[in-house]
Design a protein around this ligand. Structure first.
Ligand code: ZN
Length: 340
């Protein structure tokens, strides 16, 4: 019985990932297998906004899944200018944007400056200072656009070599962790050519115990209220939803938290520009990795619009993003409703 999907959606939202804008000529990824359209990415962002603004049901918000501007901006001293260009473009539409931080945010800016910047959207959507965060410099928060639905923005670089002072305790702890697994001189070079160990590179990171404990408590409250939770993270956390080189360092610990709660329905990530998807049948959770704008040809697109219903979310993809349906796992109360 899928009656809920026949009426209009409860709300919709937009998703877009890895814009990586820079005012430089096109280039290639590290392995020179994919072209990167550094200037063109701004136009593709504009296409997405135009589509969202023109849609019959206006999105309640947009999720920007991280890597808004490219690390090359830092090399040329253009970080602020590039960020301004992208935020000006985003400002052309009144849509509320929730920003996730990726490695490229941290190549361009320190963690402390990001916290004081327009890329800190933790107070949007009813967030309250102090109450909704796991720690003073961890960028994670949750918001509820519509009763019954919660979105949790995670900080996948809370444990990382990026964005922190090299003398800080957090940096030294992250360095100790990565060097247990990666003995290369260049820590951006993966320790192995295949398998899950590839993830221990400097362009990835992980979630601290403080953040995992905080997530656990957010999900406990959501379980209690029978909410549907979508988790958003720059780094994918399910090995079958991405190439393993893009996984979060402690993806397994995050999956364990998710598995211990009934409220999570979807995890959305970026970082792997090829995208990916896996439906974990054990938990019913859908793991989506969104294709990146930066490696999308200028005559195509890479954004999605998600319509949310009582029993599912429907992703309408544009350009190289495929359409998908994320059915929610059944709950005991759903069965009861059906029986009445
Ligand atoms: Zn990334």
């Amino acid at each position: 019985m899928d009656g809920c999907a026949r009426g209009g959606p409860l709300f919709t939202f937009g998703v877009i990932a890895d814009i990586q804008y820079a005012d430089i000529d096109d280039g290639y990824n590290y392995s020179r297998t994919r072209r990167r359209y550094y200037r063109g990415s701004l136009q593709l962002l504009g296409n997405a906004q135009e589509s969202w603004s023109g849609s019959a049901v206006k999105p309640a918000f947009v999720l920007q899944l991280g890597d808004l501007i490219d690390g090359f901006n830092k090399c040329s001293g253009a970080s602020d200018r590039a960020l301004d260009a992208v935020l000006t473009q985003l400002g052309c539409s009144p849509l509320e944007v929730h920003h996730v931080w990726g490695n490229h945010e941290l190549y361009n800016f320190s963690r402390s400056s990001l916290l004081g910047s327009r890329l800190n959207t933790s107070l949007l959507g009813g967030g309250s200072p102090g109450a909704a965060r796991p720690g003073s410099d961890i960028y994670a928060y949750h918001f509820s656009p519509v009763p019954g639905f919660t979105f949790v923005v995670l900080d996948a670089y809370d444990v990382s070599l990026l964005g922190r002072e090299e003398s800080s305790e957090e940096y030294l702890r992250a360095r100790a962790l990565i060097t247990q697994h990666n003995h290369n001189q260049d820590l951006n070079c993966p320790p192995e050519c295949e398998g899950l160990q590839q993830r221990f590179t400097m362009f990835n990171g992980g979630f601290s115990k403080d953040q995992l404990d905080w997530l656990d408590s957010v999900l406990s409250a959501a379980d209690e209220k029978q909410q549907r939770v979508t988790i958003v993270s720059h780094l994918p956390v399910h090995p079958y939803s991405t190439c393993p080189i893009c996984l979060a360092w402690n993806f397994d610990e995050l999956l364990a938290v998710i598995r211990s709660h009934s409220s999570v329905v979807c995890v959305m990530a970026g970082h792997d520009h090829d995208g990916g998807y896996y439906h974990d049948e054990d938990t019913g959770v859908h793991h989506l990795t969104l294709e990146g704008v930066i490696e999308t040809q200028p005559d195509s697109n890479a954004f999605g619009t998600v319509s949310v219903y009582e029993d599912r979310m429907v992703l309408k993809g544009s350009g190289r993003i495929p359409d998908r349906v994320f059915l929610f796992p059944r709950r005991h109360s759903d069965t009861d409703d059906r029986a009445v």
